[in-house]
Ligand binder design. Structure first.
Ligand SMILES: CCCCCCCCCC(=O)SCCNC(=O)CCNC(=O)[C@H](O)C(C)(C)COP(=O)(O)OP(=O)(O)OC[C@H]1O[C@@H](n2cnc3c(N)ncnc32)[C@H](O)[C@@H]1OP(=O)(O)O
Ligand SMILES: Nc1ncnc2c1ncn2[C@@H]1O[C@H](COP(=O)(O)OP(=O)(O)OP(=O)(O)O)[C@@H](O)[C@H]1O
Ligand SMILES: O=C(O)CCC(=O)C(=O)O
Ligand SMILES: [Fe+2]
Ligand SMILES: [Mg+2]
Length: 336
């Protein structure tokens, strides 16, 4: 269970009411009605760093995500795409990088490398890709969630392939916190940038707004007939009546979301590879936790097994995998 991590002080409610006065008249009257018969709400999920507007903070507090249009330039994304192609063609080899192929293709032969890569992970040693994690306009927003000392903990470029008919291009509904042995959750945020137009046809992100206020749920492999990608754990018992929102995004649009927000992505029914780049950031003041005896034990065991297979005979603690992956991108490295 993940208790709410409100770090708000006693006068936060007063500050919120002051902020609300600056909002649109309609918003004020609605909020005034709410405050008339309930105690003042606190900001739990955003920080007062002067970087998020009142509207942006209220939206994230309520929904668990915030979409910013055109945050990353075409030029930056074109550089990222070029570097990704060089990696696929094996023109560069990057230390620590994980190249993943879709589960429907792993046993097949004679597949051109460029069209079989479904995701690369852990590109922290590739400066051309890692530039994304350092972009000042992204870090400016991240600071509103993590505070000034920022670690890039997990990096991915997702190249969602055209579905082969087995529906394996889907990503089941999940919470990213399932993978993370550090807390508090409210000082972690994901930035996810569309590298091209994404909508329901090519398998855009799907979010269940407001679910970041709930606990971390049990995650397991879904029993999908056509197979499921390695480590794509999903939540089996979520409330199917909750509204789902498909995030239609243009190239460069960036969504910031909370690690407890339930999300996934659908089937890619197009011929193209749907590309997005993402980084999970955390405050360097977070603490590692022991996940033994919790719902996260299954992912801990799986990660340790993969490390043992990859680096023969080596056993590492789950938190050491993350200590090794994490890179400071702003401020000072404190605990992570
Ligand atoms: C550090 C923890 C990760 C943090 C995630 C953060 C939150 C984000 C949420 C997610 O994105 S969840 C999904 C995250 N997915 C991963 O982290 C998986 C990353 N991929 C890998 O580690 C490798 O691609 C993998 C171990 C799956 C395969 O490695 P290799 O390509 O070096 O190995 P190889 O080709 O020799 O295959 C080894 C075995 O893996 C199997 N395999 C390969 N790709 C697979 C695939 N896509 N799905 C299922 N199994 C797969 C392959 O069939 C084979 O099985 P067998 O040993 O039984 O023959
Ligand atoms: N009712 C559900 N039960 C279990 N998983 C679901 C359910 N609805 C959606 N999902 C999962 O959530 C993710 C996104 O769903 P979405 O509906 O966008 O994808 P899709 O079903 O592939 O596409 P579409 O609905 O556009 O045909 C997918 O991984 C899907 O498997
Ligand atoms: O399909 C995507 O890009 C989202 C994947 C995702 O949620 C994840 O890897 O954690
Ligand atoms: Fe995710
Ligand atoms: Mg569907």
């Amino acid at each position: 269970m993940e208790p709410p991590q409100c770090r708000a002080g006693a006068n936060r409610g007063r500050r919120l009411r002051l902020l609300l006065r600056h909002l649109k008249p309609t918003a004020v009257s609605t909020s005034a009605q709410i405050y008339a018969d309930s105690p003042p709400a606190k900001f739990c999920y955003t920080l007062d760093r002067g970087v998020l507007s009142s509207e942006q903070r209220l939206f994230y507090e309520k929904n668990g995500f915030l979409l910013i249009k055109k945050l990353v330039s075409d030029e930056d994304l074109d550089r990222i795409r070029k570097e990704f192609e060089r990696i696929c063609k094996k023109e560069v080899s990057i230390s620590g990088l994980i190249v993943m192929r879709d589960v429907s293709l792993v046993k097949s032969e004679y597949i051109a490398e460029e069209t079989s890569v479904s995701k690369i992970q852990d590109f922290m040693e590739d400066e051309e890709l890692f530039r994304y994690c350092r972009l000042p306009q992204i870090l400016k927003y991240v600071e509103g969630f993590t505070g000034p000392n920022i670690m890039a903990m997990h990096t991915m470029l997702i190249n969602k392939p055209p579905d082969t008919g087995k529906m394996t291009s889907r990503h089941p509904l999940h919470q990213d916190l399932h993978y993370f042995p550090f807390r508090p959750a409210n000082l972690i945020v994901c930035a996810w940038t569309a590298m091209e137009h994404v909508d329901r046809n090519n398998g855009c992100l799907v979010v269940l707004p407001g679910t970041h206020t709930g606990p971390l749920k049990q995650h397991d492999y879904p029993a999908w007939e056509g197979g499921i990608n390695k480590m794509y754990h999903g939540i089996q018992d979520y409330d199917p009546s909750l509204p789902r929102v498909h995030l239609v995004m243009e190239k460069g649009d960036t969504v910031f979301f909370h690690p407890l927000l339930i999300h996934g992505s659908g089937t890619n029914r197009t011929e193209g590879f749907r590309k997005a780049i993402s980084c999970h950031y955390a405050s360097s003041d977070c603490d590692y936790i022991d996940v033994r005896g919790t719902s996260q034990e299954n992912i801990e065991n799986e990660v340790k097994q993969i490390v043992a297979n990859r680096y023969e005979g080596i056993t590492v603690a789950f938190k050491d995998v993350w200590r090794f992956k994490g890179r400071l991108v702003q401020g000072e490295r404190i605990k992570l």
